[in-house]
Ligand binder design. Structure first.
Ligand SMILES: *Cc1c(COP(=O)(O)O)cnc(C)c1O
Length: 415
């Protein structure tokens, strides 16, 4: 191994990575430090980070609020297991219920990741189905709900699913259209699981009225409406939760990614009387530990106290305007600071690489879409730096032979 004091060459760290880590793609650079919206690699090269750890680093890197919460809680009480309650856990549960409007009877389960939050949602669907006789779980084509066997079963992408069959039975995938929705929701459906905006699919919003109609139909047929807000939640879209934009109330919501701004934490929030769990049916050793939940409290308090939701909305609008008209750009999708920039050719991977060579981190969830998910704290300086670097990367790719730079679409971009 390379001693920490020495700077490993690219060849060295890539050799170590392929020797010691499972080969699952990624590893675009060896990053060693971060501050605000910038990260540095082992050679001292500075990058503007507009991926934010895949929509995780809501406060950027090394934010004093984050550092202080981790340090103080680590020194006080880090972990006690689910045999005990702790003040940070109780505080975060109450805070999430309030922000989500989960109601007096709403409940929170803490997990460690988005996949685990969704596994909990799937088990909730089973508990619900036991009472109604319904077993089917419906998810949407293009969805990403995670990589564990249950959440993978709701993620209908052949490259992800096929090596791992058999998957969960009685899972049905529909196109995200109102017609398909009308057809699929009947009394055999235990739950419909949807992302308000499909991040991994290239930041694709649901069609207008989809969530509202989904709410009506699931209620009519006694099915649960479960929103996966792992990527869209806790302020990413400029609202606390993206479902709130639609004026509906779901039965459950999964969260992770930005909730503790880089500390691993996931959650399932149930609304109204929909918590059907009882002792013995579910739990997690790490889930809801005081360290993770203290960080979650500090992060959400900072978002609230510093008015960051307004900044997310304003900076999102500013960025959308800044990229309109740049070479290769055909449009933007998404909300707040979850933005998909659509390109005129399947060159997203080439644009991502050109951006990285210039010191800008963005991501290419599909061949024709660049996704950005910067920190909620960005200001004019970050927007200007992004615009200059991104414009240069686009110009470089536009000037080169597009056919030689067609993205491979090998699926290495997704978590
Ligand atoms: C990232 C993501 C997940 C999976 O979260 P992990 O923490 O990687 O398990 C699930 N759903 C959505 C919408 C996501 O964006």
């Amino acid at each position: 191994m390379t001693p920490a004091s020495q700077t490993p060459t690219t060849q060295q760290w890539q050799h170590e990575a392929s020797r010691d880590l499972m080969n699952l793609g990624g590893r675009l650079a060896l990053l060693v430090r971060g501050e605000g919206s910038h990260v540095w690699d082992a050679d001292g090269t500075r990058y503007l980070d507009f991926l934010g750890g895949i929509a995780v680093n809501a406060l950027g890197h090394a934010h004093p609020v984050f550092v202080d919460a981790v340090s103080r809680q680590a020194a006080r009480l880090a972990h006690v297991s689910n045999y005990f309650a702790t003040p940070p856990q109780l505080e975060l549960a109450a805070r999430l219920k309030r922000l989500a409007g989960a109601g007096e009877h709403g409940h929170v389960f803490f997990a460690n990741s988005g996949s685990e939050a969704n596994e909990t949602a799937i088990k909730l669907a089973r508990l619900h189905g036991r009472r109604t006789g319904a077993t089917t779980i419906v998810s949407l084509n293009g969805a990403f709900h995670g990589r564990t066997m249950g959440s993978l079963s709701l993620t209908p992408k052949p490259a992800y699913q096929d090596p791992f069959r058999p998957l969960l039975p009685d899972v049905v995938h529909i196109d995200p259209t109102l017609d398909a929705l009308e057809q699929v929701i009947d009394d055999t459906v235990a739950a419909l699981v949807v992302e308000p905006i499909q991040g991994e699919a290239g930041v694709v919003p649901l069609p207008d009225g989809f969530l509202r109609r989904a709410r009506e139909l699931t209620r009519e047929h006694g099915a649960l409406l479960i929103v996966d807000e792992v990527q869209t939640g806790v302020g990413r879209t400029g609202e606390w939760f993206a479902f709130q934009r639609e004026g509906i109330v779901p039965d459950a919501m999964s969260l992770a990614k930005g909730i503790a701004a880089g500390f691993p934490l996931g959650a399932l929030v149930t609304f109204g009387d929909n918590d059907l769990f009882y002792p013995g049916t579910h739990n997690s050793t790490f889930g809801g530990n005081p360290l993770a939940t203290a960080v979650g409290n500090a992060v959400l308090a900072e978002i609230e106290d510093s008015g960051l939701l307004a900044n997310v909305a304003a900076r999102g609008a500013q960025l959308r305007q800044a990229v309109a008209g740049l070479p290769l750009v055909t449009g933007t999708r998404g909300a707040g600071l979850l933005i998909g920039i659509t390109l005129a050719a399947p060159v997203a991977a080439a644009v991502r690489d050109a951006a990285q060579r210039r010191g800008l981190i963005v991501n290419a969830p599909t061949d024709e879409v660049i996704r950005i998910a910067p920190a909620y704290t960005i200001g004019d300086a970050e927007v200007d730096e992004f615009t200059a670097l991104f414009a240069a990367a686009l110009a470089e790719v536009a000037a080169s032979d597009p056919n030689a730079r067609v993205a491979t679409g090998d699926g290495t971009e997704t978590p």
